[in-house]
Design a protein around this ligand. Structure first.
Ligand code: ADP
Ligand code: MG
Length: 193
């Protein structure tokens, strides 16, 4: 049983890599965050809605609630059944976005998420590293509420991801996500072998 998280800022290529992994490894189950379960998908719509005023603490709790449901309803049963699950974002997204980006404190968000997940952590984390300008340039069309956060916010998010990668070298695999999608996928598949 293996839980693989894909992390990085908006536009880094997480969803593209998750789809590539699923195509290369059909036995893998791909789930996205926030989402992946009915309740969690409804929370996703709430947190993305630019029309809503969402306080940072409320935002952190909404993401944690969505994650708790995903763990209980999907992740725990899948892992117990021996499946390999690829998650398009997991706990480290909250550490980076709410902990650092919203400046709520990485330690406090870690504690909140330990409660939400019952302590379920990723076995492997692919961190798609790109400068914020590259991620932003790849986002076409409308931006959701979080994607509209400013340059200083995304600089804090990237710095937090970098710090997590340095602190958890046993689980973190940093991929240069400025490379083309097939090169990023090839790097990730090499690590899975
Ligand atoms: N490695 C890459 N190089 C160039 N463009 C990419 C790469 N990965 C993804 N893209 C494109 O960038 C956009 C955002 O990719 P996506 O996978 O949705 O990012 P994320 O899920 O991290 O926000 C999409 O249009 C996608 O086709
Ligand atoms: Mg995505």
């Amino acid at each position: 049983m293996t839980l693989i998280a894909v992390e990085g800022i908006d536009g880094a290529g997480k969803t593209t890599l998750a789809a590539g992994l699923a195509a290369a490894r059909p036995e893998v189950v791909v789930l996205r965050e926030p989402g992946g379960a009915a309740l969690s998908e409804r929370v996703r719509a709430l947190v993305a809605d630019p029309a809503l005023d969402v306080d940072p603490r409320a935002e952190a709790l909404l993401f944690a609630a969505a994650r708790a449901q995903l763990v209980a309803e999907k992740l725990a049963p899948l892992l117990a059944a021996g499946k390999t699950v690829v998650l398009d974002r997991y706990v480290d997204s909250s550490l980076a976005y709410q902990g650092a980006g919203r400046e709520l404190g990485v330690g406090e968000i870690a504690a909140l998420n330990a409660f939400a997940t019952g302590g379920l952590t990723a076995d492997l984390t692919f961190y798609l590293r790109v400068p914020p300008s590259v991620g932003a340039a790849r986002l076409s069309g409308g931006r959701d509420r979080l994607e509209r956060a400013g340059a200083a916010f995304f600089a804090r998010v990237v710095a937090a991801y970098d710090a997590l990668a340095e602190a958890a070298t046993d689980r973190y695999v940093v991929l240069d996500a400025t490379q083309p999608p097939d090169a990023v996928l090839a790097q990730a598949l090499k690590h899975l072998q």
